[in-house]
Design a protein around this ligand. Structure first.
Ligand SMILES: CC(C)(COP(=O)(O)OP(=O)(O)OC[C@H]1O[C@@H](n2cnc3c(N)ncnc32)[C@H](O)[C@@H]1OP(=O)(O)O)[C@@H](O)C(=O)NCCC(=O)NCCS
Length: 155
């Protein structure tokens, strides 16, 4: 597996994966292009056997270090690709001196909840009907990144 920055040429692929995985609540290609161009977020990709199979989008949103998006195409799952991207996100947050890292996840998303809990994320609060148009609740999760925090569970 190779991690690399996404380029503008990768964005149509990412938008297609978004549509396939998230349906009506997917990030649109225009939103992705806009954020990629003007946002302060990092767009990271993972290649497996020479093809892009996953992406993660993260960075500061306001004052908190935040994982905005993470997805792996179905054919490449359960190979540790999401874990690798998540660990890079956490390492980047630490490197930037963030005291903690944040994300939102659908309360129904068992795979992602298991991944995040395995890496020290704790439940903070529920945002009712956060995902639209489906009206699914989001769980806000946080992991502390202080000196000793997370070392026991990350890696
Ligand atoms: C959630 C997702 C990113 C996981 O990607 P992945 O590359 O398959 O995950 P990994 O192989 O790195 O799994 C790491 C750990 O996460 C947990 N996990 C991952 N998928 C799981 C599943 N389907 N059921 C239970 N636990 C799961 C396990 O603890 C796993 O460790 P293990 O394989 O040693 O048991 C992937 O299923 C996905 O893209 N889903 C659709 C998009 C999505 O929901 N993104 C998250 C938005 S918040």
């Amino acid at each position: 597996m190779v991690l690399r920055d996404l380029t503008r040429a990768d964005l149509p692929w990412m938008a297609q994966v978004e549509r396939d995985l998230f349906g009506p609540s997917a990030w649109s290609e225009s939103l992705i292009r806009e954020d990629f161009r003007y946002g302060s977020t990092r767009y990271r990709g993972a290649e497996f056997e020479g093809a892009l199979v996953a992406y993660a989008v993260y960075g500061y949103d306001g004052d908190a270090f935040h994982l905005m998006n993470l997805a792996v195409v179905p054919a490449a799952r359960r190979r540790g690709i999401a874990r690798t991207l998540l660990l890079e996100f956490l390492a980047e947050a630490r490197a930037q001196g963030a005291p903690d890292a944040w994300l939102e996840v659908a309360v129904t998303n068992e795979a992602a909840l298991a991944l995040y809990r395995a890496h020290g994320f704790e439940d903070v609060r529920v945002r009712r009907k956060y995902y639209q148009p489906e009206g699914v609740d989001a769980l806000v999760m946080r992991v502390p990144l202080g000196d000793a925090a997370g070392d026991a569970v990350v890696g």
